[in-house]
Design a binder for this molecule. Structure first.
Ligand code: SF4
Length: 433
């Protein structure tokens, strides 16, 4: 099969570090997947992906170890359950995230996520962007996730009859972490699609290939950027919003009290574990599973089901979330295990690190990124670790780490150690946790 890299990226496929293999990312709006879809992903993982599903910090799933011949077969099988991953990688509008699905009013946020997903996924107008474009809808600014998006929306008052949003733009992590800035306040829901379109058009028209929106804003300044966006006709457009019977899959009363989070170490779930979780969700949680921003699986247990019984079922099924290392919230990217640009074995380092930690570690969020691209979002963790180099001062090949500490304020975590050796890193984290 002839491989066109650009087309593959648009289909959610990246080449792996191991040359003959590929990763297929599965785009899940707001991280939501139904039980039948999860069963299909589990089946595909067992058949094609060495039995493993990787959960990402943006609520997607990834299947590694696919051959070129597997790719069309896997894509068709995913499509049979409505999973289309157009735009999951490359210069496109990526999966729309929402980590607020247990708050009051969550169905309204989910409905907006689905609207944006439908509008931008697979739309040729938005498939030839300079680089990725990330969108999020969040209930509040507490976790700081709105700061790392190209376009983020936070409702002014989620209980209001007519939703309005504060909008942040031009954020991102990577090698030049840049917090998004407040672009507009009180934008009505009817104007959101037009405003995203206007931002994407300005981004596409004025940004060199390979650069994010934050680069453009840095180059031309916020005022000029805002002026250019507001000059776009779409920025003033108000599109009618009609209620949809299928807009939301999370329960109308999705309370944190009835939510169970299943800890998945380093976001690595086996096909059989995912299948077992899908069965439990089908029987006890309205048939819906959530992939969380911390790379875990969560579900809202039905009002008629008994929470303790569900927890027992998880234990009986031998599911993740019950061992100590799975109770430590630690986001981990694939690193050099599979990623083309990974500098080090993130999962191996995470296991070593968690083994060193004391009981205080479970109260903190941890994140380990295999290179400065920061896919595990270390700048949003209480303790963030980035493998920053693969060489020491003497020119020898060895891992060097940067250590970040968050102060709980919601701002980006600050660098507290640079160029640490593995031993220095483990010593430093043992003191923290
Ligand atoms: S942080 Fe680097 S190593 Fe990790 S997944 Fe992203 S690009 Fe790959």
């Amino acid at each position: 099969m002839t491989i066109n890299p650009q087309l593959l990226r648009l289909e959610g496929v990246y080449p792996q570090r191991q040359k003959e293999y590929f990763m297929q990312r599965i785009k899940l709006p707001a991280g939501i997947i139904s039980a039948p879809q999860a069963l299909k992903v589990a089946e595909i993982a067992d058949r094609f992906a060495r039995g493993v599903v990787h959960l990402t910090t943006r609520g997607s799933m990834e299947l590694h170890w696919l051959t070129a011949d597997d790719l069309p077969v896997v894509a068709r099988q995913l499509a049979t359950v409505g999973l289309i991953s157009r735009g999951a990688c490359g210069g496109a509008v990526r999966g729309v995230v929402c980590s607020s699905l247990s708050c009051a009013g969550a169905p309204r946020l989910e409905a907006l996520v689905r609207l944006l997903h439908r509008h931008f996924s697979g739309n040729p107008r938005f498939e030839n962007l300079p680089k990725k474009f990330k969108i999020a809808v969040e209930a509040d600014t507490a976790g700081g996730r709105h700061l790392i998006q190209d376009f983020a929306m936070v409702p002014v008052d989620i209980t209001a009859e007519r939703l309005t949003f504060n909008v942040w733009v031009a954020g991102g992590l990577g090698r030049e972490p840049t917090p998004a800035f407040l672009f507009a306040e009180g934008v009505t829901e009817e104007r959101i699609i037009g405003l995203v379109e206007a931002v994407v058009r300005v981004y596409t028209a004025h940004t060199p290939a390979g650069k994010r929106l934050k680069h453009l804003v840095r180059e031309i300044g916020r005022d000029e950027f805002i002026a250019r966006v507001l000059a776009e006709p779409a920025a003033a457009e108000a599109l009618p919003t009609f209620p949809s019977l299928s807009a939301s899959l999370v329960p109308a009363v999705a309370t944190p009290a009835r939510r169970i989070d299943v800890g998945v170490f380093a976001g690595e779930l086996s096909g059989s574990e995912l299948a077992a979780l899908a069965e439990i969700a089908a029987n006890q949680a309205g048939g819906i599973l959530l992939v969380t921003g911390n790379q875990n699986i969560a579900f809202h247990v039905d009002p008629t089901a008994d929470l303790d019984t569900v927890r027992q079922e998880l234990v009986y099924a031998g599911l993740p979330g019950t061992s100590r290392r799975e109770r430590v919230t630690c986001r981990v990217c694939p690193g050099s295990h599979e990623c083309l640009v990974g500098l080090g074995p993130t999962r191996e380092i995470a296991a070593e690190l968690v083994a060193k930690l004391g009981p205080a570690a479970v109260k903190l969020t941890w994140a380990i990124s295999g290179c400065p691209n920061s896919c595990a979002q270390p700048q949003l963790a209480d303790v963030g670790i980035v493998i920053s180099r693969l060489v020491n001062e003497e020119g020898e090949r060895t891992h060097r780490f940067d250590l970040y500490r968050g102060d709980g304020s919601g701002a980006f975590a600050a660098v507290v150690g640079q160029g640490l050796s593995r031993e220095e890193l483990l010593k430093a984290v043992a003191v923290i946790g």
